[in-house]
Design a protein around this ligand. Structure first.
Ligand code: BV8
Length: 223
C-alpha cells in the first residue's frame, strides 16, 4: 500500500520538545512575528538566532520516542511510505526513517540568505557568522518562516495525491499549506492526534490519544 504521512509537533511532544499552539506552547511564550518571519529576522537577527539556538540545544538533548520508532519500522515494511514532517527537529531521521521530507526546514541546517548555500548548523549560530561558501555574514537557520514557500511542495502534493492512505499525526492543522493536504488525498484519510484538529471533519477516520501509544498500535495493524 502507498502511504503518505504528515507529522507535526505532537509526534515529538513526548520527547520533550514543545508544541506551538497547545497550552504552554511556543507561540504562547514568543511572538511568532518576531521570531518566525523574514521581517522579524531583518529587524533583530540576534533575537531569532537566540530562539533557534535554544531549540537546537533542546533538540540535540532529546531522543526519538516510540512514535518515531514505529514510523521508522513502517518504512522498513513492504508498504511504500512517504514521510513528510512539519517538524524542524531531526528525531524521525534519528529513529531510522529514511528520506524524511522536511517541509518547514531543519534546525540542524544553516542557509545563506545571499547565495543559498546550505550546511550543517553549528549548535550556536550568530548574526556575525560568515557563509562558508560566499563569505557573507548573512547566515540564517534553514527554517521556512511564515510568508515563505515550504520546501518540496511538488513532491509532497504528488505523494499525497497518489497515496492509498494519507495519515496526519500530531498536528493542529492551523498552518497552511500543510493543513490543506488532506483535501488532495484521493485514498483513505486518517487523523491521529490527542484531540480533533481544526480539520478533523476532512478525515475519514480518527484515532485519538498520545502518539507514543496510538502510533505503535496503528503501525502494528499494518506490519
Ligand atoms: C505559505 C517555523 C505560500 C518553523 C512555522 C490566512 C489563511 C490561511 C493561510 C494563511 C493566512 N495568512 C497567512 C497564511 C499562510 C501561512 C499560514 O498558514 N498561517 C496560519 C497561521 C494562518 N502559511 C505560510 O506562511 C506558509 N507559507 O503559505 O507560502 C505558498 C505555499 C505553497 C505553495 C506556494 C506558495 C509557511 C508556513 C511556515 C510555517 N513555519 N514555524 C519552526 O520554527 O518550527 S509554523 C509551525 O507550525 C511549525 O513549523 C509547525 O510545524 C507548524 C504546524 O504546527 P503543528 O506541528 O501542527 O503544532 P501545533 O502546536 O499547532 O499542534 C500540535 C498538535 O499536536 C495539537 O493538535 C495537539 O493536540 C497535538 N498533540 C500534542 N501532544 C500530542 C499530540 N498529539 C499526539 N500525541 C501527543 N503526545
Amino acid at each position: 500500500m502507498k502511504i503518505a504521512i504528515l507529522t507535526g509537533a505532537g509526534v515529538s511532544a513526548e520527547s520533550g520538545l514543545g508544541t506551538f499552539r497547545d497550552k504552554d506552547g511556543l507561540w504562547t511564550r514568543y511572538d511568532l512575528n518576531e521570531v518566525a518571519t523574514p521581517e522579524g529576522f531583518a529587524r533583530n537577527p540576534a533575537l531569532v538566532h537566540d530562539f533557534y539556538n535554544a531549540r537546537r540545544a533542546n533538540c540535540a538533548g532529546a531522543t526519538p520516542n516510540a512514535a518515531h520508532t514505529a514510523l521508522a519500522q513502517l518504512a522498513q515494511s513492504a508498504h511504500e511510505v512517504t514521510l513528510i514532517t512539519q517538524n524542524v527537529d531531526d528525531l524521525h531521521a534519528r529513529a531510522g526513517s529514511p528520506d524524511v521530507i522536511h517541509m518547514h526546514g531543519q534546525l540542524m541546517r544553516a542557509l545563506c540568505a545571499v547565495c543559498a548555500a546550505r550546511w550543517d548548523a553549528p549548535l550556536k549560530m550568530d548574526p556575525a557568522d560568515a557563509c562558508p561558501s560566499c563569505g557573507q555574514a548573512a547566515t540564517r537557520p534553514d527554517i521556512v518562516w511564515f510568508g515563505e514557500v515550504p520546501y518540496a511542495m511538488d513532491t509532497i502534493m504528488d505523494a499525497v495525491g497518489t497515496a492509498d492512505l494519507f495519515v496526519a499525526i500530531g498536528t493542529s492543522a492551523e498552518v497552511y499549506p500543510a493543513a490543506g493536504l488532506v483535501e488532495l488525498a484521493k485514498g483513505q484519510t486518517l487523523e491521529i492526534n490527542l484531540e480533533p484538529s481544526a480539520r478533523a471533519n476532512a478525515f475519514d477516520d480518527h484515532l485519538f490519544g498520545p502518539a507514543t501509544k496510538v502510533v505503535p498500535a496503528w503501525v502494528a495493524t499494518l506490519c
